[in-house]
Design a protein around this ligand. Structure first.
Ligand SMILES: [Zn+2]
Length: 269
C-alpha cells in the first residue's frame, strides 16, 4: 500500500512538473509571436488547429500521435515533448534535493522561467522582458520566505538561501562586467542576457551566480569552437548565450557542492 502511495506521489510530482514546463514552453512560443499567453489555446504549430485533450497529455500526447499532427500530418517540434520531459525530471530533482518546501517550489518555478527563456532565446535570440519581471518577483518572494524562516528560528529548513548582501552582490557580479564589456565591444552580450544575469543573481546569490557564469562561458566557448571547427559558423556569427547561462544555473543549483569539491580537487590534488 505504501509503495503504491509512493508511486502515485512520484507520478503526481512528475506530471505537475511536466505541465508547468509545457506552459512555460507555450508562453515562450506565444510571447515571441505577440500572441496572448493566457487566453490563446494550444494549437498545432503548422496548421493552427486547436489541440484535443489527448494531444495535450505531457509526452504521451506526442507519442500517441507518433510525433505528427493528426490533421495536417506535419511533424510536431521535438521541443514540446522535450520541455515536458525536462519539467517532470526537474520537479523530481527539486523534490529529491530540496524536499517539499517553499524553497523547493520557488526553485522549481525559477527553473521553469529559465526553460521559457531558453526556448525564446533559441527561437528568436531574444528574451521577453516579462520573464525578467517574473524572476524578479520570485527573487523577492524567496528573500521574504528566507527572512520569515530566520525570524521563526527555522533557518535550517532553508538549505541554500543566500543572505541579502549575497543577493545584491549576485545581482551585480555578472551583469556589471557583462554590461561594461558590451560598452567596450558592442554586441558582446545582448541586453536580455545582461538583465537575465542581474535578476538571476538576486535569486541565487553571488557564489552560485559566479559558478553558473563560469560553467556557461566554458560550455558556450566549447560550442563556439565546435561550430567553427565544423565550419557551421563564421567568426562574426552570434549564437544564443542564455541557454548556456540557464544550463549553468541548473547545474549549480543541484550539483554546486560536488562541482566545487571536484574543482578544488583539481587545484589541490
Ligand atoms: Zn497541424
Amino acid at each position: 500500500m505504501q509503495k503504491m502511495t509512493e508511486v502515485i506521489w512520484l507520478l503526481f510530482i512528475w506530471l505537475t512538473g511536466a505541465c508547468i514546463f509545457s506552459f512555460a514552453d507555450a508562453a515562450a512560443w506565444r510571447l515571441v509571436r505577440n500572441m496572448d499567453i493566457l487566453r490563446d489555446r494550444s494549437r498545432c504549430d503548422s496548421c493552427g488547429r486547436v489541440l484535443s485533450f489527448w494531444e495535450m497529455l505531457p509526452v504521451a500526447g506526442w507519442l500517441l500521435c507518433r510525433g505528427r499532427c493528426a490533421f495536417c500530418g506535419r511533424r510536431v517540434s521535438l521541443r514540446h515533448p522535450a520541455a515536458e520531459l525536462a519539467g517532470g525530471f526537474t520537479a523530481w530533482l527539486c523534490a529529491a534535493y530540496l524536499g517539499i518546501s517553499a524553497e523547493s517550489v520557488l526553485t522549481f518555478l525559477f527553473l521553469s522561467v529559465l526553460a521559457a527563456v531558453t526556448m525564446a532565446d533559441l527561437d528568436v535570440m531574444e528574451i521577453p522582458d516579462c520573464f525578467h519581471a517574473v524572476i524578479l518577483i520570485l527573487a523577492g518572494l524567496s528573500m521574504l520566505f528566507s527572512m520569515l524562516d530566520a525570524a521563526v528560528g527555522q533557518g535550517s529548513s532553508w538549505i541554500s538561501a543566500p543572505s541579502l548582501l549575497s543577493r545584491i552582490t549576485g545581482g551585480l557580479c555578472v551583469s556589471l562586467p557583462m554590461w561594461l564589456l558590451t560598452m567596450k565591444i558592442p554586441g558582446a552580450f545582448g541586453g536580455g542576457d545582461i538583465k537575465l544575469s542581474a535578476v538571476c543573481g538576486l535569486f541565487l546569490g553571488w557564489r552560485r551566480m559566479t559558478a553558473a557564469v563560469i560553467l556557461a562561458v566554458l560550455s558556450a566557448g566549447a560550442w563556439g569552437v565546435f561550430l567553427l571547427a565544423g565550419r557551421r559558423a563564421g567568426r562574426k556569427d552570434h549564437f544564443a548565450f542564455a541557454p548556456f547561462l540557464c544550463g549553468g544555473m541548473f547545474a549549480v543549483i543541484f550539483w554546486g557542492g560536488p562541482l566545487w569539491a571536484w574543482y578544488k580537487g583539481l587545484l589541490l590534488p
